[in-house]
Design a protein around this ligand. Structure first.
Ligand code: ADP
Length: 355
């Protein structure tokens, strides 16, 4: 792909150089035979007898120069006409008009073909990024507004209604605590996703012992597991992959937290890993509520939450964070689910060979 791009760029600059060199050569060479022919005809009919040879040479040179300039100007103008219209489109796009596109030449070997095709592709990309940002901003403000409004509402009741029952006061305070926790998780998830968005590769990659890291995350989530009386069964093959250690941890924490959140009371979680060819494969399965077929395509979208999970205090960012980290670790993630039976996430990463 990269090599093709390089070839395309070299082909473009070479064709352009050849075209303009030819125009310069034509502008230089073409007037000479023209002026010589004209002056020999005029000479033949005794029309130039009154001129001295030196004067004739000077006139020939001046006429050649003028003719050469006209030829070069006309040919260059033809070439730059398309460039002019391209510059106009570029300036529109640079001023934020992402609907403007370049006219693509019909012939594929036209030198302007690759520029216009690539430019139009870039405008499409910009368009989708702008749409994504608009979407992100509206989801983002909605997600933040909901807990803030709820905290404000309950705090106002506590402040303005003096003789509230103690049990109700406690209930409202608990809601305020829960919503503040939700806000804080939302803020850190949003920070993490924007940090992951701003990079196209990890800068502090190193070999990570995945089996060991998964075991540590299970221990970290012990209190949540106990709250719901959920068992975790581990069957992990030792293996190393290349990633950013602290960030990769978020993958396991999010997947295991979801496997707890969407599980039944006293349910189970199975985490298995094995090596297949050059890949390290991890399966995280649960015996939970499962995901509807129609929702499977959306679970990795930002702020996506199924109706059933909206109640369960999520923020819809967990799986999009997981997906981004897996992508940055050159891995892939798949999901399989059966309603009321359970869900399995399968992750695959390039394995680092251990000597
Ligand atoms: P949330 O904060 O809502 O959990 P996620 O991005 O982690 O956000 O997940 C997106 C949606 O995917 C969830 O709202 C839920 O509907 C679904 N989901 C994720 N993991 C599971 C799972 N293990 N079992 C069932 N549904 C899941």
């Amino acid at each position: 792909m990269k090599r093709n791009k390089k070839k395309e760029e070299t082909h473009f600059s070479l064709t352009l150089t050849i075209k303009f060199s030819l125009i310069a050569l034509l502008g230089f060479l073409l007037p000479i035979p023209i002026t010589i022919t004209i002056s020999s005809i005029l000479y033949k009919y005794d029309l130039l007898n009154w001129l001295t040879p030196q004067l004739l040479l000077i006139i020939n040179m001046i006429v050649s120069f003028i003719l050469g300039s006209i030829i070069s100007f006309t040919l260059t103008k033809k070439q730059t006409k398309r460039a002019d219209s391209m510059v106009k489109v570029m300036s529109k796009v640079s001023n934020g008009d992402y609907t403007s596109k370049m006219e693509v030449p019909k012939k594929i070997d036209n030198i302007y073909y690759p520029i216009s095709v690539n430019f139009n592709k870039m405008v499409d990309e910009l368009n989708s990024t702008v749409l994504l940002q608009k979407d992100f901003a509206s989801n983002f403000s909605h997600e933040f507004k909901t807990p803030i409004m709820s905290i404000k509402g309950y705090a106002e009741i506590l402040l303005n209604v003096p003789d509230l029952d103690d049990s109700i006061k406690k209930e409202y305070l608990q809601i305020i605590v829960n919503e503040s926790r939700r806000l804080s998780i939302l803020a850190s998830s949003t920070l993490l996703i924007s940090k992951l968005d701003s990079i196209d590769k990890f800068t502090h990659k190193k070999p990570v012992k995945v089996d060991q890291q998964i075991e540590e995350c299970v221990i970290l989530l012990d209190s949540l597991l106990q709250e719901k009386d959920i068992k975790v069964l581990l069957d992990l093959q030792s293996g190393m992959i290349e990633s950013e250690e602290d960030i990769l941890k978020e993958v396991w924490i999010n997947l295991i937290s979801n496997a707890i959140k969407y599980n039944k009371e006293s349910g189970s979680i199975f985490i298995k890993s094995h090596i297949e060819n050059d890949k390290y494969i991890v399966n995280v399965s649960d015996t939970g509520i499962g995901i509807k077929e129609s929702e499977l395509d959306h679970i990795f979208d930002r702020y996506y939450q199924s109706d059933s999970s909206r109640i369960s205090q999520g923020n819809g960012l967990g799986l999009s964070i997981v997906k981004r980290i897996v992508d940055l670790s050159n891995g892939s993630i798949k999901v399989k689910s059966n309603l009321n039976v359970g869900t399995t996430f399968e992750l695959s990463f390039p394995l680092i060979k251990q000597d």
